[in-house]
Each structure stands twice: as C-alpha cells, then as structure tokens.
Design a protein around this ligand. Structure first.
Ligand SMILES: [Zn+2]
Length: 338
C-alpha cells in the first residue's frame, strides 16, 4: 500500500509500505475513505518537534472495515467507521469517566495518511454508522475524528453555556470548529480572533458574531471592551503557543473558564496570575470517542457542517503539497483522497 512518511523537516514522501495486518486480537484494519493533514503535523514538518528517522504520519481517518481480530465482536467488514486520533478500549476507569483519550490502553494513531490503517482497541475506538453515508458527509465525519471533536472539547472544557459569551483564540481548523461548537452549545456571543479574511468569513458562517484582529495586550483590551470590561465567560485556546495561552487566560472574566486544546509548545502558566484571576483552566487531548455518537449524529442530520474547514482537496499522491499549502497558510486544512 501507499503511506506517508516524514524523513525530516519539510521532507514528506508517499512510499510503498507493507499492508497493515492484525497484530492483536483486538485490532481491526480499515481501508481509508478519507484522511487529512493536521495542524499538529506541522510541528515536526517545521522542525519544531524533532523527527527521529523516517516516521509514518497521520492520525485522522474515516474508512471501511476490512478485517477484524478475533476479539472484536461489534464490527464487521464493509462497515463505514469513524474513530479518534487516540485509541481507547472504552471500558477502563478513565474511559468510564469520559476521558477516553487517557485510556489505560491508549495508543496514539500515527499511520493514517495511507491506503490502509491498523486500528488498535478497535471495538472501543471505532463507531460504525448505521449505513454507509453519502460521500458528501465524509469530510464532516472525518473532521469529527479530530478537529471537530477537539473544538467540541475546547467548548466543553471552557463550559460554554446557552446565552454565554465565548472567545475563540486561533483561526485554524480547530478554532473554526470551536466556533461551531460554541454555537451548537448555545453561546449568544462568539468572538473569533482572526486576521485572515478567508478564515474570518468561515468563522462568521459558523456563527461568530464578532471578529477581533488585535493580538496581545491590544487583543485583551478589545475583548474586555466587548464584554462589559471584565472578559468572556468562556475562552477556547486553540493554538498552543505561549502568546495564545496568555491571550486566552487574560480574555476570560473572573470566574470564567479557559479550555486549552492546542498542544502546548513553550507554554508556562504564571501561578500567581492564575490564582488571582479566578479563571478555571482545563485542557488536554480531546476525549473524541466520548463525543463520537453525538457528533456523528450532528453531521448526518446537518446540524453542523465541519467538513467546510477543508479548503483544499488532493489525491493522496500529492500529500507533500498538502503539507506545503498548510505550512504556507494557503490552506486551512488539506483533505486527502486515497
Ligand atoms: Zn480505556
């Protein structure tokens, strides 16, 4: 089969790899229907995360069950399935508490930009749709496997409530999905922080009521101006840089909450500032599996359309161009068709 391998910063290649096989009785192998490039794939691509030799890439997928291990009873070949970037058995104490991305048997997916993928913990990880959905739904369902699930978690962690005010820091795919989530959870005012015209348009389409282009202290001042001088009820931090985290913490009102879902790079939180701010802080890798049934339903009933974050569609052969386009910010998110 063909699979994506990173050899070093900026060096993405589609190579011929061995077809994945069932290694454990709890595995499944799926044929990839769609996959994509994640903003977090840019960390190694840009050399921010070290690449220790050639490594397979990709953790977002929807596909068709090809084969299941002997202990997988809930799935059968031919079914259309949606999963998560983190596998989970869905039975351990952490899964039962809803923190499926901290499953005691968790494995992070990393081989999905390929024709076929082995899914560990398949029974707990994969959710099959009742029937094979029309192809027009596939991009939305693919988004649910990571960016939409993560945007949902950001809003959930920031405790967005009906009638509340939410600020979204970051206008990448996760930030835009955060806008979708805040809207779906009933936020009355959604302030998106973005300076890019095409992303601002999408944010508006997804439900943003205000746009703030300022950053840093000016950005904080602008948010306060828009929120009775105190800051927002909920802030979704969807970037992962020190600047974004500071922006988020200072944009929340006393007693407000920050949900942080950008993988932190160089982020340090000042304990004294946090203490005196009365701001609640929760984040981490999104427990996507917990949300899957609900989010799949949201997509199939057209209540949300996160598939719109894909503004570039490429055949898998052109995966390297997908990375380049996202790195150069020519695309929000690149969809790959095997
Ligand atoms: Zn578990």
């Amino acid at each position: 089969m063909r699979g994506t391998v990173i050899h070093g910063p900026g060096d993405i290649r589609l190579e011929t790899l061995d077809d994945p096989k069932i290694l454990h009785p709890t595995d499944a192998v799926i044929r990839t229907a769609l996959t994509c490039v994640c903003g977090s794939d840019l960390w190694p691509y840009r050399g921010v995360d070290t690449v220790a030799g050639p490594s397979p890439m990709g953790h977002e997928y929807v596909g068709f069950v090809e084969e299941v291990g002997s202990e997988v009873t809930g799935l059968r070949p031919g079914q259309f399935v949606v999963g998560s970037f983190a596998t989970s058995d869905n039975t351990c104490p952490n899964c039962r508490n809803g923190f499926t991305s901290n499953c005691l048997h968790r494995e992070f997916m990393s081989t999905c930009q390929a024709d076929y993928v082995r899914i560990p913990n398949a029974q707990g990880t994969l959710v099959a749709t009742e029937e094979v959905p029309g192809e027009e739904y596939w991009p939305g369902l693919l988004a649910v496997s990571d960016v939409m699930g993560t945007g949902w978690w950001a809003a959930d962690a920031a405790e967005v409530k009906p009638g509340s005010t939410a600020v979204v820091v970051g206008d990448g795919a996760v930030g835009l999905c955060g806008v979708i989530a805040a809207k779906a959870m009933g936020a009355e005012r959604i302030i998106a922080m973005s300076r890019h015209e095409s992303r601002q348009r999408l944010a508006r389409e997804f439900g943003a009521t205000d746009l703030v282009t300022e950053r840093g202290e000016e950005g904080v001042a602008r948010i306060r101006q828009l929120t009775d001088g105190i800051g927002a009820d909920s802030v979704l931090e969807c970037v992962g840089t020190a600047e974004a985290m500071q922006q988020a913490l200072r944009s929340a009102r006393p007693g407000g909450n920050v949900g942080f879902v950008g993988v932190p790079h160089g982020v340090a939180v000042d304990g004294q500032e946090l203490f005196f701010s009365h701001v609640g802080l929760r984040g981490g890798p999104a427990p996507v599996r917990r949300y899957l049934p609900d989010l799949i339903d949201h997509v199939l009933t057209r209540r949300i359309d996160p598939g719109k974050v894909f503004d570039l569609t490429l055949p898998l052969e052109q995966v390297a161009e997908g990375y380049r386009a996202m790195d150069e910010r020519r695309a929000v998110k690149a969809l790959l068709k095997p």
